[in-house]
Design a protein around this ligand. Structure first.
Ligand code: FES
Length: 315
């Protein structure tokens, strides 16, 4: 669907919030806290951005976008080529980072731009009168995004942690010391930050069911051990070789087969494809361990094969 960028706010030197409103003034599809949208950019890329506003709002979506030095072209395009009043093509909100229904107390951890879904969750939890504490970790005061929203709506719940890495790690461990069954932990931020929080929580005795994290960017996978494999497409007599340096989707597209893709890094689930036979080498972050174990579907944008051959059913 198309939306209009009604306002752009410079939140920090490198983060902008984009307010998106419907073209015709109607309401936008409802979303849940923790959701993200696909944004289809004019340079041909599609990127996922979390919604940061309260999910009770129907008149706008708000996304926070970090102009990343290592941008693969998405955030740079949004920052440099879009202005207020421009149209933007987006997808319907999807949620891979839901608030667990049994949450009776929530501990929210945000690192840097990871505040975007965390803020939306905080609004929702407050609305549901579920006690929360929000810990926001940044390197300096000027890097705090949504400062006004946080201090206005969560003056007693927000804790800003502005310091170096050693202090940060110590404070994370302290916050996680209190473990109880109805407390749920939600984490979003850079990969190293999320890993440290998750490891600290596990060491402190939190169970896996209590831990929830959002992935903005998948970790860089090690491709050095990649092996070639063959794909057969059900109903076709073509055999497609996937060399070590290529993804299954690239090979399929090259041979004229269409596989829908979006994130191309195993986060969004858009490319999920049915596996009729063979054993996938799952490398995505989207499916659960149980789904992986079934081996009846995989994400060809990043996953490969443990067997020499995969037979796929393309829709
Ligand atoms: S395109 Fe997103 S998981 Fe494959």
């Amino acid at each position: 669907m198309d939306v209009i960028i009604s306002k752009i706010h410079q939140l920090t030197p490198s983060i902008r919030a984009f307010e998106l409103v419907p073209v015709n003034g109607a309401s936008l599809p409802q979303f849940e806290a923790g959701s993200h949208i696909d944004v289809h950019l004019k340079n041909g890329l599609t990127r996922q951005y979390s919604l940061s506003n309260c999910c009770s709002e129907k008149h706008r979506y708000v996304i926070g976008v970090l102009h990343d030095e290592n941008s693969r072209g998405g955030s740079r395009c949004l920052h440099q080529q879009y202005s207020e009043g421009d149209r933007l093509s987006i997808g319907t909100p999807r949620n891979l980072f839901e608030i667990h229904p049994e949450t009776q107390k929530a501990v929210l951890f945000a690192g840097g731009i990871g505040i975007t879904p965390i803020l939306s969750m905080a609004y929702r939890l407050k609305h549901q009168q579920i006690p929360l504490e929000l810990h926001y970790f940044v390197r300096s005061h000027e890097m705090i995004a949504f400062y006004g929203n946080l201090t206005e709506h969560f003056p007693d719940q927000v804790h800003f942690h502005i310091q170096d890495q050693a202090e940060t790690q110590c404070e994370i461990a302290q916050v996680l010391e209190e473990v109880s069954a109805n407390r749920h932990l939600y984490v979003c931020g850079p990969t190293g930050f999320m890993q440290f929080v998750m490891n600290s929580a596990q060491q402190a005795g939190w169970s896996d069911e209590q831990l929830h994290q959002e992935h903005f960017v998948a970790q860089q996978a090690d491709h050095s051990q990649n092996e070639a494999f063959t794909i057969e497409v059900l109903g076709s007599d073509r055999k497609i070789e996937v060399p070590p340096h290529q993804t299954a989707t690239q090979a399929l597209l090259e041979h004229g087969f269409n596989v829908p893709i979006s994130c191309e890094q195993g986060i969004c689930g858009t490319c999920i494809t049915r596996v009729v036979s063979g054993t996938p080498d799952h490398r995505d972050l989207f499916m659960t361990d149980e789904e992986h174990a079934l081996n009846n579907q995989f994400t060809p944008c990043c996953s490969r094969a443990k067997s020499k051959k995969l037979v796929l059913e393309l829709t």
